[in-house]
Design a protein around this ligand. Structure first.
Ligand code: NAD
Length: 244
């Protein structure tokens, strides 16, 4: 497929997991792809890699400007960089709240702010945010993470309304439990990782975890001109979790 031929895309958190699968898929479909990540080492040709921390406005501005200059413009922004947190409201202190909201919420704001002047020049401008079913599902032990993704969902709707008249579409994906290095790290920290993985699989209606490629495919759809009439939506990629 070459539905991204001639389009230029920037993927944050593109060095691992969902972001990496998305960068690879967009490149395979013909896009010129740039990756912004804390440590983009290992991201191969044809992707361009820019080291930046989405907590640091100056580093985001610099990376986005460099990516747009090197690519010759920007049509697609995938706001995917994110970190997790476990626990109830009693378990996370203020410092943890500030850190997670800084990455997951303000990270989206900073990258979008830096990218919008470039996106406005595109005939196919699209922003896709990686949200989560945690935004709406009321998951136990995820108070901080859920609040951060709830904010990403609200931001998606607000940004879609603000920028629709400028020709910039804004949507998000709501993944369920996705088999990425992040989830592997969590499972590996359990006393019995194999048993924990089996229990996690058993909790999925499909009996398996979602793959990063499946989330990437949904992101690619929302980023592509094929979804040109769609803005302000959240697409669940959760193996049926939300329906439970
Ligand atoms: P991952 O840890 O495999 O990849 C995340 C990437 O983001 C890493 O490359 C990391 O270096 C980068 N990153 C983290 N903090 C950053 C920062 N401050 N600045 C720049 N880059 C930063 O994780 P993943 O599972 O692929 O998650 C990607 C996104 O998907 C996140 O937003 C996460 O909340 C969301 N998500 C994941 C799952 C899941 O089950 N894995 C489910 C729902 C939503």
């Amino acid at each position: 497929m070459t539905d991204f031929e001639g389009l230029k895309a920037l993927v944050t958190g593109g060095a691992s997991g969902i972001g990496r699968a998305t960068a690879d898929l967009l490149a395979a479909r013909g896009a010129d792809v740039a990756v912004l990540d804390l440590d983009p080492g290992g991201v191969g040709i044809p992707q361009r890699a820019y080291a930046a921390d989405v907590r640091d406005d100056a580093s985001v501005r610099e990376a986005v400007a460099s990516a747009a200059a090197d690519l010759g413009g920007l049509d697609v922004l995938v706001n995917n960089a994110g970190i997790g947190a476990q626990g109830t409201v009693e378990d996370n202190d203020d410092a943890q709240w500030h850190t997670v909201l800084d990455v997951n919420v303000l990270g989206v704001v900073r990258t979008t702010r830096a990218a919008l002047p470039h996106l406005r020049g595109s005939a196919h401008a699209a922003i896709v945010n990686t949200c989560s079913i945690a935004a709406t599902a009321g998951l136990p032990q995820r108070a901080l993470y859920s609040a951060s993704k709830g904010a990403v969902l609200s931001l998606t709707l607000a940004m879609a309304a603000d920028h629709v008249h400028e020709g910039v579409r804004v949507n998000c994906v709501n993944p369920g439990t996705v088999d990425t290095p992040w989830v592997s790290r969590l499972l590996d920290a359990a006393p019995d990782p194999a048993a924990e993985r089996a229990a996690l699989r058993a909790r999925q209606p499909t009996g398996r975890l979602v793959t990063a490629d499946e989330v990437a495919a949904a992101i690619a759809y929302l980023a592509s001109p094929l979804s040109g009439a769609t803005t302000g939506t959240a697409l669940a990629v959760d193996g049926g979790m939300q329906g439970l």
